[in-house]
Write a protein that binds this ligand. Structure first.
Ligand SMILES: Nc1ncnc2c1ncn2[C@@H]1O[C@H](COP(=O)(O)OP(=O)(O)OP(=O)(O)O)[C@@H](O)[C@H]1O
Length: 329
C-alpha cells in the first residue's frame, strides 16, 4: 500500500509493535532537557513536529539550541545541527565551556579562557591545555562521550538549501543507524530560489515541516525577527518573525526568548532598582504556540553566556510582564 495511506488498524498495530519492542519510551519524543519546559510541550519535541525558536539578536537562541542538541546527544540520540553562523571548532569550544560551567559554576570557568586555550600557539595536547581550566579535563571527557552522536554541518546561505539539508539528514541516518534530531540555525539563511522575504520563509518553513513529517523526528529551527522587533525595551512576539504568517501557521510549537529586563512591567524596574539589574541575567521563554498543550506559558532561565550556556532549570516568572497578547491562528 502507498506509504502515505494507512488505516487506524495499521496505525494501532505499529504502535503496539513499538510498545512491545521497548522502543516506545524514547521513540516519539525528544526531550529538550530544560527543566520545566518538556511537560509544557507534550513531554518534549514530538516526532514530525516543527519547533521554532525565536528571539531578538544575541538573546541566546543558538546557545539554547546547542544545549538541547547536547542534551539529546548525551542521552545517546543522534543530532544533526545545521549551523550557518558558527564553525565546528567554535561550537566545540562552546560545548566544553557548557560542560565545565555545569561542573563548576564559579566565575573561574569562562568560554573566553577555553577559546584562548585553543588559540595559544604553544605545542601541547588539548587535554594538557584544558588542565588550566577548572573542570576542563572532566569537561573534555563529557564532550568526548557524546561527540560521535552530535553531527555538525557547516552550512552556507549560498549552498545549503532544503535538498542539501535532506541529503545530510539521510547521510547521518545511515551513519548513526537511526533518525537524528534536526536543528537548523537559522531558518532565514536556508538557501531558497525566491528573492522575496515572505516567499522564501514560506518555502523554507513548509520544507522543514515536510522534512519533520518525512523523517518522523522533530525539526528545531531558529527564526530571526523583523528589524522593528529588535528594538530593546520591546517584547518580541511570534508575529514579529520574518514572514510571520507562514512561520506561525506551519510550526507546531513557537518558543520566543526575551531578556527579562526588557519585558517586565515598568513598576518592577522603578520600585526596586537594585533588584531590577538582576533581571538582565534572565531570559524569559514564552510558549507562543503549542499544538501539544496550553499556549501562553512562560518560564525563566538564568543565562550564563560567559560559560556558553543557560541554567538547565526553568522557574516560574513572578513578575508581571508587558504585552501579554499571544499569537493565535
Ligand atoms: N565569550 C563570551 N562571553 C560572554 N558572552 C558571550 C561570549 N560569547 C558570546 N556571548 C554572548 O552570548 C549571547 C548568546 O549568544 P548566541 O549566539 O547564543 O545568541 P543568538 O541569540 O543566537 O545570537 P544571534 O542572533 O546573534 O545569532 C550573545 O549575547 C553573545 O554576545
Amino acid at each position: 500500500m502507498d506509504q502515505q495511506l494507512t488505516t487506524v488498524g495499521a496505525s494501532l498495530a505499529r504502535s503496539d509493535e513499538r510498545m512491545l519492542t521497548g522502543r516506545n519510551a524514547a521513540g516519539r519524543v525528544w526531550k529538550t532537557g530544560f527543566g520545566g519546559l518538556d511537560p509544557l510541550i507534550g513531554g518534549g519535541m514530538r516526532a514530525g513536529s516543527l519547533i521554532l525558536l525565536a528571539g531578538p539578536q544575541g538573546l541566546g537562541k543558538s546557545t539554547f539550541a546547542l544545549q538541547i542538541a547536547r542534551n539529546n546527544a548525551a542521552s545517546g540520540r543522534p543530532v544533526l545541527y545545521f549551523s550557518y553562523e558558527h564553525d565546528a571548532e567554535d561550537m566545540t569550544q562552546k560545548l566544553l565551556a557548557m560542560e565545565a560551567g555545569e561542573l563548576d559554576e564559579s566565575d573561574q570557568v569562562r568560554l573566553n579562557s577555553i577559546r584562548s586555550i585553543f588559540d595559544d600557539l604553544w605545542v601541547s595536547s588539548l587535554d594538557h591545555r584544558l588542565e588550566s581550566v577548572p573542570s576542563g579535563v572532566e569537561a573534555l571527557a563529557k564532550v568526548s562521550h557524546y561527540s560521535e552522536m552530535l553531527f555538525l554541518h557547516r552550512s552556507t546561505g549560498t549552498r545549503t538549501d532544503l535538498a542539501a539539508i535532506q541529503s545530510a539528514v539521510e547521510a547521518v541516518r545511515e551513519l548513526a543507524g537511526t533518525t537524528p534530531l534536526v536543528v537548523v540555525d537559522y531558518m532565514q539563511k536556508v538557501k531558497s530560489s525566491h528573492t522575496d522575504d515572505d516567499a522564501r520563509s514560506t518555502e523554507v518553513v513548509e520544507g522543514l515541516k515536510d522534512l519533520a513529517i518525512d523523517i518522523s523526528a522533530p525539526v528545531l529551527a531558529i527564526a530571526a525577527a523583523e528589524k522593528e522587533a529588535l528594538r530593546s525595551g520591546r517584547r518580541m512576539r511570534s508575529n514579529d518573525l520574518r514572514g510571520s504568517s507562514a512561520l506561525a501557521y506551519e510550526a507546531d510549537v513557537v518558543l520566543v526568548l526575551n531578556n527579562k529586563f526588557d519585558i517586565v512591567a515598568r513598576h518592577h524596574l522603578t520600585y526596586d532598582v537594585g533588584n531590577a539589574e538582576r533581571f538582565r541575567d534572565y531570559a524569559v521563554l514564552s510558549i507562543e504556540k503549542n499544538r501539544f498543550g496550553r499556549d501562553g506559558a512562560v518560564l525563566q532561565f538564568r543565562t550564563r553566556f560567559d560559560q556558553g550556556r543557560f541554567d538547565a532549570e526553568g522557574t516560574d516568572v513572578q513578575e508581571q510582564l508587558i504585552d501579554e497578547r499571544i499569537f493565535r491562528e
